[in-house]
Design a protein around this ligand. Sequence first.
Ligand SMILES: NC(=O)c1ccc[n+]([C@@H]2O[C@H](COP(=O)([O-])OP(=O)(O)OC[C@H]3O[C@@H](n4cnc5c(N)ncnc54)[C@H](OP(=O)(O)O)[C@@H]3O)[C@@H](O)[C@H]2O)c1
Length: 193
Amino acid sequence: MATVASSMSVSLDGYVTGPNDSRQHPLGEGGERLHRWLAGEDHTPADAEVLGEMVRDAGAIVMGRRSYDICEGDGGWGDGGPAGDIPCFVVTHEPPATAAPVFTFVTDGVASAIEQAKAVAGDDGWVGLHGATTAQQALAAGLVDEIQVHLIPVLMGGGVRLFDNIGGKPIDLERTRVVQTPQATHVRYRVVR
Ligand SMILES: NC(=O)c1ccc[n+]([C@@H]2O[C@H](COP(=O)([O-])OP(=O)(O)OC[C@H]3O[C@@H](n4cnc5c(N)ncnc54)[C@H](OP(=O)(O)O)[C@@H]3O)[C@@H](O)[C@H]2O)c1
């Protein structure tokens, strides 16, 4: 069965964006700092290996409509999705009139989107959760197998928080791997059930 994993870059104070995320500032004001480990002069071989694993193992993506609107807009990802032609299931109350074929819009909730994503990801694949509210709903519903945090040494001071509204009770985690680079501490946790 595919592994369902939330994988996001997070500031030390728990934000996946800076303040005021928008089409103009997809990761919020100053939030591009969170993705500096992905490319450019700060991108080390160890960061590249973590990124390579994510791309290699991704079978499908589940994201919220805000992530889609803010990042895709009118062609932000070209003809594909955030990971090229990897199928991407967008949870929304109202699908857009048109979209690239890689996107499927799901109006009956996160659990349904995850089920559809697992069906196409294959047994060894990985369903990546993008956007805070989708990850939160999936965690609260007990649908997440793994949390991957790319912890960035910055205090954002505002923005979209990753771990709010996760069901009001503790979720136990087992740390399974840590990779340290100057720009990020890449930590994997297994959700203990
Ligand atoms: N740091 C990182 O690695 C990283 C990774 C990914 C994304 N991000 C950032 O995260 C931000 C977006 O996160 P977010 O938490 O604000 O929003 P989100 O999860 O991307 O989207 C939330 C929206 O999805 C729809 N939705 C969510 N649950 C639903 C449900 N059960 N049924 C129907 N529709 C549902 C609703 O939109 P409608 O009501 O409009 O349909 C809701 O407003 C963006 O700024 C993005 O750039 C950061």
